[in-house]
Design a binder for this molecule. Structure first.
Ligand SMILES: Cc1cc2nc3c(=O)[nH]c(=O)nc-3n(C[C@H](O)[C@H](O)[C@H](O)COP(=O)(O)OP(=O)(O)OC[C@H]3O[C@@H](n4cnc5c(N)ncnc54)[C@H](O)[C@@H]3O)c2cc1C
Length: 275
């Protein structure tokens, strides 16, 4: 049965959009210097992805060098919106192959009231933005290769942190050659969960998806609470030395999951983050 059907998700809610205040301090804390070079590029798509979340696609057909510089899932850049003071950090949600063959970067953007992200989500196809160079080393999957040696990969994402995880799953990391690949994906409720329409494709690539809802609507029978609680209930790490993990999202989640995994014997070097 399709996972969307199993989740009993009302698809029309994907098209509603609300604005919620949720300030993360990490972006401001990560600002070092303004990038020297900005590339101007038009938007080819802005559409709702879930409540408060938008798919944004930037057309890079006139900027092949920038497109080619996306080499690994987990990389990010800064994006500037005309007439808005501060650029915003965004992870690239699409896999590098989309940049190389389709000439585009896709993003998943949370519309935070008063932020540059909100201004971006109000733009339309054809509007122009500015992009910094691609930054970060991305997820170093080589650290949990070969798949025969690291047969358990545990992936954890919350909110818009699913964006670089989408890039990773769709880039491929030989999930089918591993015996236990799980994605614990936390959101407030199903209406705020992006990429439901991709779950079947991700599962058929070998990734078991465990949605974890913090405030589920009535009738939800899946995992409930924080991602770290759901993982603690399930755990089942058969062999810590053949286990790797990938984390992206809320800082408290990534810190607590890291502590749990390390306490269980998973090497810190095998716990991948994109920052
Ligand atoms: C690496 C990274 C990747 C991210 N990826 C995504 C993503 O894929 N999708 C997503 O929705 N969000 C992503 N974010 C979060 C996003 O960048 C913003 O933090 C979020 O949209 C909230 O915006 P904000 O304006 O409230 O906060 P921030 O951008 O954190 O800014 C905080 C405050 O500082 C001010 N400020 C901003 N820049 C400057 C500056 N240069 N000098 C002085 N003051 C400044 C702003 O006015 C704001 O009030 C990412 C953050 C990081 C660090």
């Amino acid at each position: 049965m399709s996972i969307v059907r199993r989740l009993n998700f009302p698809l029309h809610l994907l098209h509603r959009n609300h604005y919620n205040r949720h300030v993360t301090s990490s972006a401001a804390a990560s600002i070092h210097h303004e990038p020297a070079v900005w590339t101007t590029a038009p938007l080819s798509n802005v559409e709702p992805a879930a409540e408060s979340l938008f798919h944004v696609t930037v057309d890079l057909s006139d900027s092949p060098d920038l497109a080619a510089s996306h080499t690994r899932a987990g990389q990010y850049l800064r994006l500037r919106v005309p007439d808005v003071t501060w650029p915003t950090f965004l992870a690239i949600a699409s896999p590098p192959k989309i940049a190389h063959t389709g000439g585009a970067f896709e993003f998943l953007v949370k519309s935070v009231a008063g932020s540059t992200a909100e201004a971006l989500c109000r733009l339309r196809r054809g509007d122009v933005v500015e992009l910094s160079r691609v930054m970060g080393d991305g997820f170093d999957i080589g650290r949990i290769d070969p798949p025969e040696k690291f047969n358990t990969v545990l992936i954890f994402a919350t909110g818009s942190g699913i964006s670089p995880i989408r890039s990773l799953i769709e880039s491929g990391f030989a999930a089918r050659k591993r015996s236990d690949v799980r994605l614990y994906y936390g959101a407030t409720n199903l209406r705020r969960m992006a990429y439901l329409d991709r779950f079947n494709e991700w599962e058929s690539s070998g990734v078991k998806i465990v949605p974890v809802l913090y405030q589920p609507d009535d009738g939800w029978t899946g995992e409930h609470g924080y991602v770290q609680d759901a993982f603690t209930r399930a755990k089942q790490i058969s062999n810590p030395s053949s286990t790797g993990a990938v984390l992206c999202g809320q800082r408290q989640m990534t810190e607590e999951i890291t502590s749990i995994l390390v306490a269980d014997g998973v090497s810190g070097e095998k716990i991948l983050k994109n920052l």
